[in-house]
Design a protein around this ligand. Structure first.
Ligand SMILES: NC(=O)c1ccc[n+]([C@@H]2O[C@H](COP(=O)([O-])OP(=O)(O)OC[C@H]3O[C@@H](n4cnc5c(N)ncnc54)[C@H](O)[C@@H]3O)[C@@H](O)[C@H]2O)c1
Length: 370
């Protein structure tokens, strides 16, 4: 039995593919839109390997409103969207900000317009802890609660806070307009702004993981490339922060916990009609870069080369979540640790050094068939 139908933008990407899997496992029908800018269609086969179901797929650009219209027209059963499709490299966003605004903000406006035409009323948005910026500028805001004032320090973060504002204004306007006209259905318009901390890890089966097409931007995938010899060393940006070892503090959340967070947020919107809600999805545990290098080296079983470089513009000292609101309202909390994430990432990388450009080891596939 299908419990509902969801459009997943950016659904062949890292977090999108895990969320598509979680939705299928929970008996949602899944339709993916992605332009494959940073992902591979092969992940659709891997999803099917794990759960026996394959999402529908459209190769289309987020900014192409007519293409989105066509997808909704062909799937009138869709009532919700989980919106991942975006550019996501903080450093690059400082070099080509217009492109970031065009895709992230422009793509979201095209999506909301198309959703509205087709009466698709729930949206779960991939926001980021980056929207908070430097939370140490206020007293008592580490770990960061949702009421911490927004103040991104780079263009990427500003695209995310801008889209949060656009979604909030639109959902509230839809509710108000319907109420004013005395028409039914105002409560159907809902949004979840999910502020992720640092997603990491891979599927424990070893057949799905992060597969960036260019240079990865996150610490753990870079470290994994060092471990398989694809990269000589890791650059550690700044060892003069006010942390215990001088490196920046982040909250690493296993991608399986994160994808489950999307499922429970979507269910909450569809069942409770709360209007617009923001939730932090993090573990509440902060780790420094040096601690992460140690944790991943322990899993690999040997030291990994790194070099300290100057701080990067737009980076902040500490992004650790206070996940209490999601714990209480969504009844969601992380169940896996960063050690689990390191172990699963290593299993994925060591056995699939070419990512989706190679077939996974036969014994992994056989294990899934049992
Ligand atoms: N990974 C992180 O550390 C992190 C942290 C916080 C928030 N996020 C957000 O989560 C979302 C997913 O991130 P991810 O890590 O899975 O990245 P990803 O690059 O793996 O996934 C993004 C997907 O969007 C697609 N895409 C990009 N531009 C598009 C366009 N114009 N039209 C259609 N599809 C397009 C890409 O091909 C890719 O499949 C993004 O919105 C990102 O900003 C990621």
């Amino acid at each position: 039995m299908v419990v509902g139908s969801v459009l997943v933008t950016g659904g062949t990407g890292y977090i999108g593919s895990f969320t598509a899997l979680a939705l299928l496992e929970a008996d949602y029908k899944v339709v993916i839109v992605d332009n494959l800018y940073n992902s591979s269609k092969e992940v659709l086969n891997r999803i099917e390997l794990i759960c026996g179901k394959k999402p529908a797929f459209y190769e289309a650009d987020m900014t192409d409103e007519a293409a989105l219209d066509k997808v909704f027209a062909e799937h009138p059963d869709i009532d919700s969207v989980i919106h991942f499709g975006a550019l996501k490299a903080v450093g690059e966003s400082g070099e080509i900000p217009l492109e970031y605004y065009r895709v992230n903000v422009g793509g979201s406006i095209a999506l909301l317009r198309s959703m509205t035409k087709h009466n698709v009323t729930n949206i779960v948005f991939s926001s980021s802890a980056t929207v908070y910026g430097d939370a140490t500028r206020f007293p008592n805001m580490i770990p960061i609660p949702e009421h911490c004032p927004i103040g991104p320090t780079n263009p990427y973060g500003r695209t995310k806070s801008t889209v949060e504002a656009i979604i909030t204004d639109h959902i509230n306007a839809q509710r108000n307009n319907l109420t004013k006209k005395g028409e039914p259905g105002a409560e159907k318009w809902n949004a979840a702004l999910l502020r992720y901390f640092n997603p990491s890890g891979a599927h424990p089966s070893g057949v799905i993981g992060e597969n960036p097409l260019g240079v990865p931007y996150n610490l753990l995938p870079l470290l994994a490339q060092v471990a398989i010899g694809k990269r000589e060393k890791l650059l550690v940006f700044g060892d003069d922060y006010a942390s215990k070892d001088g490196t920046a503090i982040r909250d690493y959340i296993h991608v399986l916990d994160l994808s489950r967070g999307h499922l429970v947020a979507l269910n909450y919107l569809r069942e409770k009609s709360p209007g617009v809600k923001a939730w932090n999805l993090g573990s509440g545990r902060g780790s420094t870069v040096f601690e992460m290098i140690k944790a991943f080296s322990d899993v690999v079983g040997r030291p990994l080369a790194y070099e300290v470089a100057p701080r990067r513009a737009g980076d902040v000292l500490d992004l650790t979540a206070n996940p209490t609101l999601a714990n209480q309202e969504l009844n969601w909390k992380t169940e896996l640790t960063l050690e689990d994430a390191c172990a699963d990432l290593w299993k994925w990388t060591e056995n699939n050094p070419e990512g989706y450009n190679q077939q996974p080891p036969k014994e992994f596939v056989d294990a899934l068939k049992k």
